[in-house]
Design a protein around this ligand. Structure first.
Ligand code: HEM
Length: 195
């Protein structure tokens, strides 16, 4: 059994493993965020930023408390706060804390991958926001170059096979981070958050 699991981990790099383990969750989240806010108008974009802030605040706290320094992505909540301020919007309350009841190898890696990998999606969203907003909407968060730099460094770490226990821990935590975002997006679909 252990030999089979190790063989899987050895034949697949960690990034591929994480992507396939969370592909369905990412699709769900993409849909939920489009439904909860989208970014088709200034008000929608403000709600999108409020969701991002509420969801990321407890995750950034968790990583700061639990991850080794090289796996703590640059905080993005200050950038989101600046964007909200430029739009004349107040900061939303943070979402309930992000809890992992156990500490497994790979936990920090899985959480860091989700936050840093989302910068890839943000790059695509930034182009749409620039077009829809006519270049007038603030995009410190979507254009965050520090997160892209962190992402490039993380790639070296994840584009290689890792022990199965680490791959499993990373995938579990990545799934928990997606579930956390999904819960926040679900709340955002109701009136009240960032409106
Ligand atoms: C809001 C709607 C979203 C859209 C439209 C979107 C779009 C995308 C796109 C286009 C990619 C692939 C980029 C590429 O391969 O070059 C991607 C990857 C990714 N996104 Fe999203 N995304 C969204 C939300 C999120 C959120 C909220 C998170 C997590 C907090 C997230 C996490 C990720 C991760 C982890 C990857 C994969 C990184 C890798 O390739 O290893 N995305 N997203």
């Amino acid at each position: 059994m252990a030999r089979a699991t190790n063989a899987i981990a050895a034949s697949e790099d960690l990034r591929t493993h994480l992507r396939s383990a969370t592909m369905a969750a990412h699709d769900l989240l993409d849909n939920a965020m489009q439904e909860a806010s989208g970014w088709g108008s200034r008000a929608d974009y403000a709600r999108f930023l409020a969701l991002q802030h509420a969801a990321r605040a407890p995750l950034e706290d968790w990583l700061a408390d639990h991850a080794p320094a090289d796996l703590v992505p640059p905080p993005q909540t200050p950038l989101i706060a600046a964007d909200l301020d430029a739009l004349g919007e107040a900061l939303p309350p943070p979402a309930p804390g992000f809890m992992r009841t156990r500490a497994a190898t790979g936990d920090a890696l899985g959480a860091a991958w989700v936050l840093a990998g989302s910068a890839l999606g943000n790059r695509a969203i930034a182009k749409q926001v620039a077009r829809i907003g006519g270049g007038a909407w603030p995009t410190a968060f979507l254009d965050d170059s520090a997160m892209m730099a962190f992402w490039q460094g993380l790639r070296a770490r994840i584009e290689q096979p890792v022990p199965a226990s680490e791959a499993d821990g990373a995938a579990d935590t990545a799934a928990a981070v997606f579930a956390h975002f999904l819960a926040v997006a679900g709340q955002g679909a109701r009136p009240g958050l960032g409106t």
